[in-house]
Ligand binder design. Structure first.
Ligand code: PLP
Length: 291
């Protein structure tokens, strides 16, 4: 395969960087997770513009100068899928600082941009999409950096996502649920969360969660079927006593949550509203519906 690297297609094995790369040491960079799906009209990248815009917004938040314009970065994502002959793909654009100097300041450094694309199935497995996952509330919270910077999909923001996911996995769970510094439900390690309670769809407001593009799609789809959506702070016990719960994300798509902290949610399986929204989501991404 090939990687789009600073404007050129580079063989997979040669798409490397120096060990003194600034981003490798200090963790400041920005990235996206994007998916392309097979549709009747060929392979299509779902919400490419929104993902590209968010990448530039993340860079803007960090004060990182992007080395290419939006049109080039959008075209690079299409090219990465095409040049790797992928019918469906996970796409990873990432911008990082170069290796010209060490020290905290990135002022004098070059910025590089790569786009990788590869075949990637269900993030947590097909079984997870069908039957749901078991989740553990994390002892790692969305700390201040993430609270203030959570609009940026930035490399450095993922330290506690990784710690949270690792902790959950060691304890035998599929995924972690992170609370914000006030103890309200924030998001998964790489997913937004929704619950269904008394016929309403509820999701945490965006104070301490990423502005998920899948989250936004689900809100739109809920509108199409007249399902009321409430954005508010939610507490852990509201999740315990919810009728249904699910995670959303480009990688996780719509993944039902059947259990949180060993309490089954609803009937402990994928709920009917979750299933309906999941079907609508897959229809949307594969071009089977108008969206
Ligand atoms: N929250 C975090 C921390 C993420 O990394 C992601 C991943 O993309 C999401 C939420 C879901 O966002 P999206 O639906 O745009 O992929």
């Amino acid at each position: 395969g090939v990687i789009w690297y600073d404007g050129k297609m580079v063989p997979w094995r040669e798409a490397t960087t120096h060990v003194l790369t600034h981003t490798l040491h200090y963790g400041m960079g920005v990235f996206e997770g994007v998916r392309a799906y097979k549709t009747d009209k060929g392979t299509a990248i779902f919400r490419l513009q929104e993902h590209t815009d968010r990448l530039f917004r993340s860079a803007h938040i960090l004060g990182m100068k992007m080395p290419f314009d939006r049109a080039t970065v959008a075209a690079a994502q299409k090219a990465a899928v095409r040049e790797n002959n992928l019918e469906s793909a996970y796409i990873r654009p990432m911008a990082f600082y170069g290796a010209e100097a060490m020290g905290i300041s990135a002022k004098t450094l070059s910025t590089h941009l790569i786009v990788g694309a590869w075949k990637w199935g269900a993030y947590m497995g097909e079984d997870a999409l069908k039957h749901g996952i078991r989740v553990k509330t994390s002892s790692f919270s969305r700390h201040h950096v993430n609270v203030t910077m959570c609009k940026a999909k930035a490399n450095g923001n993922y330290m506690n996502s990784i710690l949270a996911h690792q902790e959950a996995a060691i304890d035998g769970y599929d995924e972690a649920l992170l609370l914000d510094v006030d103890g309200f439900v924030a998001e998964g390690s790489g997913e937004n969360i929704f619950i269904v309670r008394n016929g309403k769809l509820i999701t945490p407001d965006l104070t301490s969660a990423l502005e998920g593009i899948t989250r936004d799609t689900i809100v739109q789809l809920a509108g199409e079927i007249g399902l009321q959506v409430v954005e508010k702070r939610i507490t852990r016990d509201e999740v315990y006593s919810a009728d249904e719960a699910f995670f959303t994300g480009t990688a996780a798509e719509v993944t039902p949550i059947r259990e949180l902290d060993n309490r089954s949610i609803g009937e402990g399986k994928r709920g009917p509203i979750t299933e309906q929204l999941q079907t609508m989501y897959f229809d949307a991404v594969t071009g089977k519906s108008a969206k």
